[in-house]
Design a protein around this ligand. Structure first.
Ligand SMILES: Cc1cc2nc3c(=O)[nH]c(=O)nc-3n(C[C@H](O)[C@H](O)[C@H](O)COP(=O)(O)OP(=O)(O)OC[C@H]3O[C@@H](n4cnc5c(N)ncnc54)[C@H](O)[C@@H]3O)c2cc1C
Length: 414
């Protein structure tokens, strides 16, 4: 039987960053996962550190856009119609949160976290000897229709109000940055405040290695075994029982499985997403991630090849994979950047853990002494892992938090 000051349940980018921050503050910490660090959702994302994020992705507005989505004619979104009895209440809540007024509330609540996203990663990368994965070239969103670009002018006005750095580009200016892109788009925006990583799994592993170097222990175990043992929390690991004064639930999409055992019911939804890797065609490649806004996919240059990630799939978390969005997006992707052969491996499926207001929960667990929560980072878990680690580390050790954590409260759903 081992005993530590803290245990962190879930070794995705969020849990690993928290464990590292707690260890840096002098606590003895165990990081518990049933797999290796970073091997689930934190493995397959598009690798964008979206420090520029201001507004969340809205649910499609207008009846035409809604029907397009429901009838399965868009590459950006897919539905499992049979799962709607479970998923619809959350989708409707998400739709309610998609008004511009509510999205502006997200901007105000989340800007302090996003503003710290890239610097906090850089700081951890420096101490974890992982800066070789970081590219500080921003990312690019392309707009095939001038109308789509005109339609977001109010969002760009808001970005100016917040002082965010961006550059609007025409086709030639964009191709000066990314010469392999074909001129199938009219406009683009370059967001230099974002960064990208060439291997998200390697980044989480590097943070886990740094955590171990500081004396932290990474253990294999099932978080669902968590229970109270007198005044401490106990979890069963492959190396035996582990006790800790405090426990952090950082289980991403799986957090509700544990929390329901403690009668904590937080309305987490899931937006599933897929990736495939492609070899380059000749010397055609990218230096940064590029999003085809109309078709909802991202092309990201990775160590494994050009990674194409899909938009959202609304389905039960554990439903069988249905990567049909690739049938719809691949012709479009090939127009934008001719792809080489697909790397021979199964299509990857990940699950974005999302609350309907698109904000994470970073807070104490209601009614459970010594239990903390950090999950629900939606489209931005990679981006916000280290900033979350710092914030929760400060909250748990009684330091002054670098930003007001109230917008990430677990009680906001009551
Ligand atoms: C297609 C796609 C593209 C994305 N692109 C980006 C992007 O470009 N930038 C960005 O910032 N974000 C992106 N995201 C979102 C990002 O990947 C997630 O928000 C983030 O990975 C969530 O991290 P996490 O640590 O909360 O969860 P996870 O990485 O899923 O970690 C949770 C951990 O809990 C463990 N676990 C679960 N159950 C148990 C149990 N019973 N016992 C022990 N351990 C358990 C799992 O093994 C896992 O390691 C993308 C997501 C997808 C799907």
């Amino acid at each position: 039987m081992a005993r530590t000051d803290a245990m962190v349940l879930g070794a995705g980018i969020v849990g690993t960053s928290i464990a590292l921050h707690l260890a840096k503050r002098g606590m003895s910490v165990a990081l518990v996962d049933k797999r290796g660090p970073g091997e689930e959702t934190s493995y397959g994302n598009a690798g964008v550190l979206e420090g520029n994020t201001l507004l969340p992705h809205p649910f499609p507005a207008g009846i035409a856009a809604f029907l397009e989505v429901v009838l399965g004619q868009t590459a950006a979104v897919n539905y499992h119609i049979g799962d709607l009895p479970h998923t619809l209440p959350w989708i409707l809540d998400y739709r309610r949160n998609s008004t511009f007024e509510n999205r502006k509330k997200f901007a105000a609540a989340m800007r302090p976290l996003f503003a710290r996203a890239v610097p906090e990663h850089e700081a951890l990368m420096q101490e974890a000897n992982a800066t070789r994965y970081l590219r500080k070239e921003g990312w690019i969103k392309v707009y095939r229709n001038a109308q789509d670009f005109d339609d977001i002018q109010h969002e760009l006005d808001l970005a100016r109000e917040y002082g965010l750095d961006f550059r609007t580009l025409d086709t030639d200016e964009t191709r000066a940055l990314e010469p392999s892109l074909e001129p199938v788009f009219k406009r683009a925006i370059h967001w230099p405040g974002a960064a990208t990583v060439s291997n998200p799994l390697a980044v989480t592993r590097a943070y886990a290695a740094r955590f171990s170097a500081l004396g932290g222990v990474v253990v294999t175990g099932d978080a669902l075994s968590l229970h109270r043992n007198g005044k401490t929390w106990r979890v069963d690991t492959h190396e035996g029982a582990l006790d800790a004064e405090v426990a952090v639930v950082a289980l991403g999409p799986w957090a509700p499985d544990l929390l329901k055992r403690f009668d904590i019911d937080l309305p987490l939804g899931i937006k599933r997403g897929y990736h495939r890797h492609f070899k380059p065609q000749g010397n055609k490649t990218l230096t940064r991630a590029v999003v085809d806004t109309e078709n909802g996919y991202c092309m990201a240059p990775m160590e494994q090849g050009l990674r194409i990630t899909t938009g959202a799939e609304f389905a039960d978390r554990d439903a069988a994979p249905t990567p049909v969005q690739f049938d719809r997006l691949l012709p479009k992707a090939n127009e934008l950047l001719p792809l080489g052969p697909q790397v021979d491996e199964p299509t990857w499926l990940g699950r974005r853990p999302c609350f309907a207001d698109s904000r994470p929960v970073i807070d104490r667990a209601p009614g459970q002494d010594g239990l903390w929560l950090a999950f629900g980072h939606a489209h931005w878990g990679l981006t916000l892992g280290p900033a979350t680690g710092r914030l929760l580390g400060e909250m748990m050790t009684g330091a002054t938090p670098f930003c007001d954590p109230k917008p990430y409260s677990a009680l906001r759903f009551n």
